[in-house]
Design a protein around this ligand. Structure first.
Ligand code: AKB
Length: 318
């Protein structure tokens, strides 16, 4: 990767990935794009930034030519909860956006990274240590778009030789950016609430296990897979990756160990619960470990120390 264009750069992953790639690859080599401006000052002021709707294939082609891009990282997407509220918008953004990226990658011979998700699995999928290759059949529109995206990327690789790559991300937890519209968002909000209010009401049941990952590991995954030797990649577009699996009561207990007064209660949101119940409890990520040396650094304890430490400093400043 030398010249990288990021779509959806003002989102939870994009904000932090842009910062990191600007540091590692040079500010002049990273083009951050987002559907609108005014969302994130450092993103727009500290390097190259362009307003672009990923559904506008012509603009994506023009920008890719203008900046001599060699890799697109496609992060523009709607997540699971907002998707259930507006399925047609999700389909438009997630699928037409990906299609445009694939077409531009094909025309200009670019590499394309696009994330899939644990949402690509469904109620018939084996729940524990979910294998890399298994029954999927998701029930959320977000999940349907993710499986379709995995297959479309496989197709462009097989048919046209486009260098497509991707991972199935679990819930991502970050301190420098907020998630928006996902089922796993509670695992970020709980830390903010613990520091700000000392209490949190969770919309998922206490024993709902889901795969999760701290953002530094997620950013490593993107960079590592994009830089991986293509001859080692068997599962190009949909690698299972995970760093930990926990349920709300376990993350609550990890916070209580450090903040004994923290109070956790529950008010179940039936839509979120139904989505979470359709996803695996824990993934088997051995293919990613074998094919590109995936090896996450953070577990629940290390992540909790880091999140609480950083948020305490952040909120003291305010
Ligand atoms: C969501 O909850 O929708 C996302 C995801 C797991 O892809 N965070």
């Amino acid at each position: 990767m030398k010249k990288i264009l990021i779509t959806g750069a003002a989102g939870q992953i994009g904000t932090l990935l842009t910062e990191r790639l600007r540091r590692e690859y040079g500010v002049e080599n990273i083009v951050a794009t987002n559907i609108e401006a005014g969302k994130n000052e450092p993103l727009e002021k500290d390097g190259l930034f362009e307003v672009m709707d990923v559904r506008d294939g012509k603009r994506l082609l023009e920008l890719s030519k203008q900046y001599k891009i060699d890799t697109i990282i496609n992060l523009a997407a709607l997540l699971s909860v907002v998707g259930e509220k507006n399925p047609s918008l999700l389909w438009d953004v997630n699928m037409n956006g990906l299609y445009n990226c694939l077409e531009v990658a094909h025309e200009l011979n670019l590499k394309l990274f696009t994330p899939s998700s644990i949402a690509a699995f469904g109620p018939q999928t084996p729940k524990d240590k979910t294998p890399q290759d298994t029954i999927q059949r998701p029930t959320s529109i977000y999940g349907v778009s993710k499986v379709s995206g995995e297959l479309l990327c496989d197709y462009y690789f097989r048919k046209f030789g486009v260098d497509t790559r991707g991972v199935r991300f679990p819930g991502l937890i970050s301190y420098g950016s907020m998630p928006g519209g996902g089922t796993t968002d509670y695992a970020v909000h709980i830390y903010h609430a613990a520091v700000k209010q000392g209490a949190f009401t969770c919309g998922l049941k206490a024993d709902t296990y889901l795969d999760m990952m701290y953002m530094p590991d997620a950013l490593d995954a993107i960079v590592q897979l994009c830089e991986a030797d293509p001859s080692r990649l068997i599962h190009r577009n949909a690698f299972n990756i995970t760093a930990m699996s926990f349920c709300p009561s376990e993350i609550g207990a990890a916070i209580q160990q450090r903040k004994p007064d923290f109070k956790l209660d529950y008010d179940i949101d039936p839509m979120k619960q139904a989505i979470a119940d359709s996803w695996p409890n824990s993934l088997d990520d051995s293919c990613a470990r074998e094919e590109w040396d995936w090896n996450p650094k953070y577990d629940l304890e290390q992540m909790t120390d880091d999140m609480l430490g950083r948020l305490e400093i952040e909120y003291e400043k305010k």
